[in-house]
Design a protein around this ligand. Structure first.
Ligand code: COA
Length: 355
């Protein structure tokens, strides 16, 4: 009896050990997913703070002090979210040495798509002639690029043969009320794109943290044009097709949510502040970025900022900044990178990547 009992205990111990070895192996064997290339596109037209002084009751001094923005790009009338997205995608394909035939999935993050339907990703797919790719849009406002990366990572983890093109593109000038000084000084147009595939070494996405809080949906909103308030004479008269914002409340939530998301992914990755080569935050306001930098105890050169030249391009800010940082050789293989964002919804997201 005693011998059988001890034998059972030993067998239980062995199966427990085997179970944890398999789980542990599973963690280590998790397919890593990497960004092969990042591209961007910016329209030629530059709108400076001096130009805005002629349009609304504002000043270069106020805009610079309160936001950090000096100028932003504005799309021409012929340019749209899709056409800019195509340009950014072509840049990413060319940098990766790939063609549109190599893409299996196109995810487009935008809140200013060309149409309510069809999706902007389908227009991009057509223009690229990415015949074998299926395409869909996501609406996560300024967090859209990180949401898209996270979806791509999970998809490739389950089918490592797939390659995903993520395009973030915004023509915010088309939903900006150029008479509202609170919003019109903030936004700009542009697009960024990344190609994502299975990694064959230690490089790739490490951790991601996505959050949404619909309680505050009405603090940053385009009220009309959807099924709740379809376009009408009244909605036009009341300027409800423009982006409206409760700036102060958005600001407070952005600081808290971006700080939390950044701290969480950095801690979960087991990194300390000196490990981080570059933080690439959503470029909405220099004071928000400074608050996050201080919370993470980073030096100024550990944070990438292009806000002064480009303004807030919603979903596009992070891939544009990533693309520029790579072009400027601010990121090298093996570097530890943190992305963090906040946007309408509210949505927020953080991600760590070993390049
Ligand atoms: N020029 C001059 N004065 C302006 C102005 C402008 N462009 N915009 C607002 N003001 C005025 C306001 O009317 C107000 O005047 P009052 O005190 O006489 O009423 C004063 O400046 C302060 O306004 P307030 O809204 O409190 O300013 P702020 O310091 O919060 O800065 C934002 C405003 C919009 C720059 C800031 O709230 C912000 O960046 N919010 C978050 C934006 C954001 O991240 N949005 C997108 C998220 S993805």
């Amino acid at each position: 009896m005693g011998r059988v009992f001890y034998k059972q205990i030993i067998l239980n111990f062995i199966s427990f050990f085997e179970y944890w070895s398999i789980i542990g192996e599973g963690e280590n064997m998790k397919q890593k997913v990497k960004l092969v290339s990042v591209g961007h596109y910016l329209p030629e037209k530059i709108l400076t703070n001096a130009d805005l002084e002629k349009m609304v009751d504002t000043s270069d001094e106020w805009i610079t002090q309160r936001t950090g923005i000096k100028e932003r790009r504005i799309a021409s009338s012929g340019e749209t979210a899709a056409t800019m997205g195509v340009m950014a995608a072509k840049d990413a394909l060319q940098k990766a040495g790939l063609s549109a035939d190599d893409i299996d999935i196109i995810i487009c993050a935008t809140i200013t798509g060309d149409y309510q339907t069809p999706s902007t990703s389908c227009l991009i797919q057509k223009e690229l002639a990415a015949k074998k790719a299926f395409a869909f849009d996501i609406s996560a406002a300024c967090s859209g690029f990180i949401y898209g990366l996270d979806i791509a990572e999970k998809y490739i983890a389950s089918d490592p043969s797939k390659r995903v093109l993520i395009v973030a593109t915004e023509k915010l000038s088309s939903v900006t009320d150029w008479k509202d000084r609170v919003t019109c000084v903030l936004f700009g147009d542009g697009a960024g794109a990344a190609i994502v595939e299975a990694s064959n070494d230690s490089s790739g996405i490490l951790r991601s943290e996505l959050n949404s809080n619909g309680d505050n949906y009405d603090l940053l909103i385009i009220k009309a044009g959807g099924s709740k308030n379809p376009a009408s004479q009244l909605t036009l008269e009341q300027s409800q097709h423009f982006l409206e914002m409760q700036g102060n409340e958005v600001f407070k939530n952005a600081v808290t949510d971006m700080k939390n998301a950044a701290v969480k992914v950095v801690e979960c990755s087991g990194w300390n502040k000196d490990d981080i080569k570059l933080l690439i935050p959503h470029q909405a306001n220099i004071r928000i970025i400074e608050a996050i930098r201080k919370r993470l105890k980073l030096k100024k050169d550990q944070v990438y900022i292009n806000l002064h030249k480009i303004g807030n391009t919603s979903a596009s800010t992070i891939p544009i900044a990533l693309s520029q940082a790579l072009e400027e050789s601010r990121i090298q293989k093996g570097d530890k990178i943190v992305l963090v964002s906040f946007g309408a919804g509210f949505t927020s997201a953080g991600m760590t990547i070993e390049w």
